[in-house]
Design a protein around this ligand. Structure first.
Ligand code: SF4
Length: 410
């Protein structure tokens, strides 16, 4: 991003920078590509300033008076004040002071309004490191749990795999990556050939953990699956259910179920609104009880938690449903090493050739769409979420077929 004249630093970029330099860089790159559009600076709540080639913008959520002093408030809409919120408050104070406009700053959580003493020097240091990053080449990805919902996820995985970047190895976070680089390993291939005992010493981990990292690197560099435990089996029945849940920002859920019988597959979804869920919950239970002994495949613990939640709320036993749940994530991570950075359903299903019809959508986007649908009740939005959810269920089916074939052959 060498030709930048003005770098825009706003709240979104600042927050992203704190969690991932690359994310902030890619957002900035998009802004530069599409042109900088500044928010309304005359609304009395937006503050902007030019600072060493950077256009700084921040918005105050409201002004209140605390102990007789006018105070600018940042509403963080969460319970706990974290370091990133304090940095944002410092950033606000810094911009205000550049406008010769000093004011007390407070953070509003869901529970309280707390005065914050900003550290302007910290904001200044952060801005100078942002300028350095944005003026250089795109940073390498630093994968973390947050990447699962990041819009740049595919881009980062592609970038890292083309470069053979160490962070492509599942189980290697920022700390381990640094330790590996310090020990002289610079890419996935080198780690795939490493001696686990040597690696365990360099990284301060057990030999078993190091063996897993070496195998994971081998899998990524060869695109091969490795079977590490043959003991788990996958129930194989003619009639099976595949179940996946989408959640809105509130307690509204879309429960999607694909029923596969000998003759056909049928997909249905049930929308349990926060304020009205009883009837649809009942409909969902009736549907999964049509074949009361058939397994219900799902992925990871969230779907189980949702069944438990509504079972609890309805005061009815859901034992029959819970006992039939088969968590494919648990089976996969116990039995295989796969050529994926994350063991998300999306990454795993792609290794068996499954593709989503709406390839740009992820769980986070689906959550936003369900929230939007709830407000607007727009049929097109609902169709989109249902299509995405149906593909999640079909992805479960594709993955189950593949791992069932391998595990059940032993
Ligand atoms: S996917 Fe992860 S590494 Fe890539 S930009 Fe997003 S948060 Fe950063």
């Amino acid at each position: 991003m060498e030709e930048i004249e003005t770098i825009l630093i706003n709240e979104e970029i600042l927050k992203s920078f704190i969690s991932c330099h690359r994310k902030a860089f890619l957002i900035e790159e998009e802004i530069q590509r599409n042109g900088i559009s500044l928010p309304d600076l005359d609304d009395g709540r937006t503050f902007a300033a030019n600072y060493v080639g950077m256009q700084l913008v921040v918005k105050v959520d409201e002004f209140v008076t605390i102990d007789g002093e006018k105070t600018a408030v940042l509403d963080i809409r969460s319970k706990t004040i974290r370091e990133r919120h304090k940095i944002l408050a410092s950033f606000l104070a810094f911009i205000m002071s550049l406008n010769e406009f000093d004011m007390a700053i407070a953070i509003k959580t869901t529970e309280e309004l707390r005065r914050i003493y900003p550290r302007k020097e910290k904001a200044e240091r952060l801005l100078s490191s942002m300028k350095e990053v944005f003026s250089g080449p795109s940073p390498h990805p630093t994968f973390s749990f947050a990447c699962r919902n990041c819009p740049f996820h595919n881009d980062c995985v592609k970038f890292a795999s083309e470069k053979g970047d160490i962070s492509m190895i599942n189980g290697v976070g920022q700390g381990r990556k640094k330790a590996l680089e310090k020990a002289g390993y610079s890419n996935v291939k080198e780690i795939s050939r490493a001696n686990p005992e040597t690696l365990s010493k360099y990284m301060g981990i057990s030999v078993a953990q190091a063996e897993k990292i070496v195998l994971q690197a081998r899998s990524v560099s060869t695109s091969k699956w490795f079977l590490i435990d043959k003991n788990k089996k996958v129930p194989d029945r003619t009639t099976e259910y595949f179940f996946d849940v989408e959640k809105a920002a509130d307690e509204t859920y879309l429960l999607g179920v694909l029923l596969k019988t000998k003759k056909k597959t049928v997909y249905k979804y049930f929308i349990l609104l926060e304020e009205e869920w009883e009837e649809e919950w009942e409909n969902f239970l009736n549907f999964v009880k049509l074949h009361p002994r058939s397994p219900i495949y799902h992925y990871d613990v969230f779907d189980r938690n949702v069944i438990e939640k509504f079972g609890f709320l309805s005061h009815k036993s859901v034992k029959n449903v819970l006992n039939r749940l088969e968590d494919l994530y648990a089976i996969i991570t116990h039995s295989f090493i796969l050529p994926v950075r994350f063991y998300s359903l999306k990454d795993v299903a792609r290794t068996v050739g499954f593709e989503w019809r709406l390839e740009d959508l992820n769980g986070y986007e689906a959550m936003k769409l369900l929230t939007e649908w709830k407000e607007k009740r727009d049929e097109e939005i609902l169709e989109k979420i249902a299509m995405y959810n149906e593909d999640d269920c079909r992805a479960l089916l594709a993955v189950k077929e593949k791992i069932g074939k391998i595990l059940n052959s032993y």
